[in-house]
Design a protein around this ligand. Structure first.
Ligand SMILES: Nc1ncnc2c1ncn2[C@@H]1O[C@H](COP(=O)(O)OP(=O)(O)OP(=O)(O)O)[C@@H](O)[C@H]1O
Ligand SMILES: [Mg+2]
Length: 322
């Protein structure tokens, strides 16, 4: 399994180092789907990228905590070991498939390159595997597709190619950062079904970063809700959906289209996520929270409220959970 424990990350904002992820703990197990949700800017992508140590190429630094893969710290690995692990043990599927594909190389050459980076196959075998992978992600005429360039494909097809690439070396974990947000709703559904299918078939551990609570309900076993760089609530999908404990989670869920359909309007949470470097010392959600009082001015522990596997970073959670 992958264990993120008390991870803090800093980024550079106008020449100043500020904390953007604070003390995040998550566990991703093989065969499980973990949903990571929260509003824009709360640190979901930074956390997801850290699991492959990708952030360090963009000026992100680990300031505290650890990430262990089967007990071994990623931060103890040298660059070569890390390169081997990326792809072969854990792979990433990004939000915007066009930025992850190189427009000047064919689908085939990019896929074959990834395959040969990880597997000892000759050109012909790698080409065969590329064809098989494209078929596995539901692409018809896989062989013709190998000689095409990314811009000849639709968004949904590109995302399928990226999923095929992520699967190239049979990883145990997939980190999918909003894998469908750039796509039409009908295409989104098919891509999600594909991911879930692969996850079940191969017993993958899947981290799904998303804004979409509907998707979480459909796909995930476990959920972690992030707010302003922290995990504010975590538990099984049933615990979170049936008994949301943190006022932020409750507010997010009431924003879901459909729930407030009778009013015909989306409820939105008033105010904004405080930016890194501007976090209050107490509860970070307090200024937007209907329950906030003087008790919320002190820092709140990640498990200030706890029931079985369900935790919430809120001193008032016990008053609202049904
Ligand atoms: N490489 C970077 N350098 C500086 N700041 C960064 C960097 N990456 C992210 N940030 C900042 O850190 C905060 C968290 O970013 P992150 O991308 O993790 O948010 P997110 O939860 O994924 O949001 P979204 O839902 O919009 O994708 C944001 O304020 C963002 O501007
Ligand atoms: Mg993001």
């Amino acid at each position: 399994m992958i264990e993120v424990s008390a991870l803090s990350l800093s980024v550079s904002v106008q020449g100043r180092r500020v904390e953007a992820v604070s003390g995040v703990s998550l566990t991703l197990k093989e065969g499980r789907v973990l949903g990571l949700v929260g509003e824009s800017g709360c640190g979901k992508s930074l956390t997801a990228q850290a699991m492959l140590r990708l952030g360090e190429y963009q000026g992100v630094e680990r300031t505290a905590g650890d990430i262990r893969l089967d007990g071994i710290s990623l931060f103890d690995m040298d660059d070569e070991a890390m390169r081997r692990i990326r792809g072969s043990r854990l792979a990433m599927v990004f939000q915007e498939p066009m930025t992850a594909l190189n427009p000047v190389f064919t689908i085939g050459s990019q896929l074959i390159e990834v395959i040969r980076l990880h597997l000892k196959l000759d050109k012909r075998q790698a080409k065969e595997r590329a064809t098989t992978l494209l078929q596995a992600v539901g692409m018809q005429q896989a062989e013709q597709l190998l000689s095409q360039y990314p811009d000849a494909l639709s968004g949904g097809m590109r995302q399928r190619v990226l999923i095929a690439m992520a699967m190239a070396a049979d990883p145990d974990y997939i980190i999918a950062d909003e894998p469908t947000t750039a796509l039409d709703v009908s295409v989104q559904k098919r891509i999600i079904a594909l991911l879930l299918n692969l996850q079940k078939q191969r017993n993958l551990g899947l981290l799904l970063v998303t804004h979409d609570f509907g998707l979480v309900a459909e796909m995930c076993d476990d959920v972690a809700v992030m707010y302003a760089g922290q995990v504010v609530e975590a538990g099984s999908v049933h615990e979170i959906f049936d008994h949301p404990a943190h006022p932020y989670t409750r507010a997010l869920m009431s924003c879901r289209p459909g729930l407030s359909a009778d009013s015909g309007e989306l409820t939105v949470i008033a105010g904004q996520v405080p930016q890194p470097g501007r976090w209050p010392s107490g509860c970070r959600f307090a200024e937007r929270c209907p329950l906030a009082d003087a008790a919320c001015e002190q820092p709140v522990a990640a498990d200030a409220w706890r029931q079985q596997t369900h935790v919430a970073r809120c001193v008032h959670a016990g008053e609202v959970v049904r």
